[in-house]
Ligand binder design. Structure first.
Ligand code: IMP
Ligand code: MG
Length: 183
């Protein structure tokens, strides 16, 4: 398929809406300032959200350390998807306040894994920030501390998120045309 600057995409959340929301999230995070805050962005999908959010945190007066972890889920068995670490963070989290950033909270497997991992390693506190919450798809209990938008149950792309390696570069979140009718 030839892809020309997202022409097959319907915009769900615009660039402007996203930027306004990120400033609100940063202000909420800054209300409860942490010493020695460590931000852990989950790659690959959150890289643009994390880049915008850490700069919004800077404008809100915070100076976090920024780290990255690459996680992937696999398996579709009855036991649910397993999450594994593809590339780990380098920093020690012992005794630290950690803020995990991800693009989408869906079943909760990815963020539950990441949060538990940080606590097992001795983090003092772990907060969760997501751009999108597909709350209708949650498996078990998990709530993010900071949510950009509640997301309808469509497969979304853009703003860091891909389908088959495409569309990460779009400055907005959208739905691939055709998908909406399939739901
Ligand atoms: P969970 O582990 O089921 O909560 O799924 C969260 C992960 O699935 C996110 O980190 C995303 O990378 C990915 N994901 C879930 N829904 C979508 C989507 O609509 N578009 C792109 N990625 C998605
Ligand atoms: Mg992901």
């Amino acid at each position: 398929m030839e892809v020309v600057r997202g022409k097959n995409i319907d915009v769900l959340f615009s660039d402007t809406e996203i930027q306004e929301k990120i400033d609100l999230i940063a202000a909420a995070i800054a209300k409860n300032p942490k010493n020695d805050l460590l931000v852990v962005a989950i790659l690959k999908g959150s890289f643009i959200f994390a880049a915008d959010l850490v700069r919004a945190l800077y404008r809100a007066g915070l100076a976090p350390e920024v780290e990255f972890i690459t996680l992937s889920s696999y398996g579709t068995g009855t036991e649910g998807k397993q999450v594994k670490i593809i590339k780990d963070i380098d920093s020690d989290v012992t005794g630290r306040d950690v803020l995990i950033i991800d693009d989408i909270l869906e079943s909760g497997n990815t963020l539950r894994f990441a949060r538990d991992l940080m606590f097992e390693r001795g983090a003092k506190d772990v907060g969760l920030a997501v751009l999108l919450d597909k709350e209708s798809k949650r498996k078990g209990e998990l709530t993010a501390d900071y949510v950009g938008f509640i997301c309808p149950d469509y497969f979304v792309v853009g703003y860091g998120m891909d389908v088959a390696y495409a569309f990460r570069e779009l400055p907005y979140v959208g739905i691939v045309k055709g998908d909406a009718e399939d739901q």
